[in-house]
Design a protein around this ligand. Sequence first.
Ligand SMILES: C[S@@+](CC[C@H](N)C(=O)[O-])C[C@H]1O[C@@H](n2cnc3c(N)ncnc32)[C@H](O)[C@@H]1O
Length: 197
Amino acid sequence: MDLVPESVRTVMAELQAIDAVDRIDGTPQSARLRAISAEVGQFLLTLALSIRATNIVEVGTSGGYSTLWLAVAASRLGGRVTTFEIDAAKAALARDTFRRADVETIVDLREADGGAGLLDFGAPVDMVFLDIEKHDYVRLLDIAVGVLRPSGLFVADNLISHADELVDFRARALSDPRLTGLVVPIGTGELVAVRLP
Ligand SMILES: C[S@@+](CC[C@H](N)C(=O)[O-])C[C@H]1O[C@@H](n2cnc3c(N)ncnc32)[C@H](O)[C@@H]1O
């Protein structure tokens, strides 16, 4: 069943169209949306619902495409998504996305480094989705796992598309004594790990 409301679906389609053009028209990487695919979005939505994730944190908002998928899950469960974006222009774009998709009451957008933000976060988190620059994944791993509740999920993007850059991160995540998980070969490769109860 398709859970995505029409208002959200329309904004998702607009972001996907921008992303598709960005990838071929020479837009510099720093300005591109670099969004997940719809398949990965549906995967995130399914994971979030399966663990009843009412307190979801995303690090790396960009234009807010992946956040919309997480927001659909959160709204179904009466929960919230907190999403961190370090770049002011991207945060402005995401703010506009959330207004147009009418998810402003579900999404808390914070224009900040996700590492610092998570360290201050406080409440146990049900699910963390990490999608930032690959050289920064190792730093975020420890911080993210530290805030997860038992049986909470840690998901990270690009494990296959950026396998070389993420060798160290992958090894650390899959051998972390607080986690068990695997890399799922959908989209650009999603690391999914559960915090051990
Ligand atoms: C690949 S894009 C995210 C795409 C988004 N998750 C989606 O699927 O629509 C990565 C984003 O992470 C942001 N970013 C990079 N380092 C960050 C950090 N330390 N904290 C928060 N955001 C960060 C970048 O500015 C960029 O917008």
